[in-house]
Design a binder for this molecule. Structure first.
Ligand code: SAM
Length: 238
């Protein structure tokens, strides 16, 4: 799969910023806590969260070296921050029961097995630790993806997993979480013009496509709007 372009990503007007703010708020972080951002990308949300961790610390985890390069240049030598390459399909690269809170924004729909994800998050959390996550949920980009065959019936795109509320609640409970709250929140996102829409599609959604395919999709999206639906999870380890 084509590598993420961290610089182009950070230059876009991203709805992810709103998703990140909601996610961080839900954690009610204390200044001394250790927070892990799972699928941190370029670290934009992590940087916002770090403002609340004056005496705490932050671990950023992602599998993309290009996103992590951008993340490293964002944080420089801040001694509160550790940046680690890791696959969220596997155990988190931290000691068991070492983390106060885990956040994740726009990453978990890249993983087909959420059973693994929630169990690994549970294992990394201290007793009383919390999670707040955002990702594409059931129905995400349904209108956009339904347009794809008009471009080419054989064209491919990643096999994202857009989980629903019931399955997610069940997996969280089976992993051991309590105080579980899961919801789907539609967030239709208009982009300001065709050029930005095309850059957005090329950088984020259809990274494997050529320019002609991107331009066709951008034309088909007549209202310049991406029909996002977010799966929001809040839960706690007893
Ligand atoms: C759309 S970006 C979101 C980045 C950041 N959280 C934000 O909101 O801007 C998705 C991120 O998930 C990461 N990701 C996808 N699958 C992953 C996996 N299996 N393990 C670790 N990171 C993963 C990608 O590398 C990418 O940085």
């Amino acid at each position: 799969m084509k590598a993420w372009d961290g610089v182009a990503y950070d230059a876009l007007p991203l709805p992810h910023e709103q998703w990140g703010k909601r996610t961080i708020e839900a954690l009610s972080l204390l200044p001394t806590e250790l927070l892990l951002d799972a699928g941190c990308g370029t670290g934009r949300d992590a940087q916002l969260a770090l403002e609340q961790l004056s005496e705490g610390s932050l671990i950023c985890v992602d599998q993309s070296s290009t996103m992590l390069d951008q993340c490293r240049s964002r944080f420089g030598q801040d001694s509160r921050v550790q940046i680690l390459e890791g696959d969220l399909d596997k155990a988190l690269p931290v000691e068991p029961e070492s983390v106060d809170a885990i956040m994740s924004v726009a990453a978990l729909h890249w993983l087909s097995d959420h059973n693994n994800v929630w169990r690994h998050f549970f294992a990394a959390l201290k007793p009383g630790g919390r999670i707040a996550t955002d990702c594409g949920g059931f129905g995400n980009l349904a209108k956009t993806l339904a347009l794809v065959p008009q471009i080419d019936p054989n064209i491919t795109f990643p096999n994202w997993y857009y989980a629903n509320v019931g399955d997610t609640e069940k997996l969280l409970a089976e992993a051991g979480f309590i105080d579980i709250k899961v919801s789907l929140r539609p967030h239709p996102t208009p982009l300001p013009n065709k050029e930005t829409l095309a850059t957005y599609l090329r950088t984020l959604v259809f990274r494997e496509w050529n320019d002609e395919q991107i331009n066709q999709m951008s034309d088909l999206l007549t209202d310049n709007t991406l029909d996002y639906v977010r799966l929001e999870v809040r839960a706690r380890k007893a």
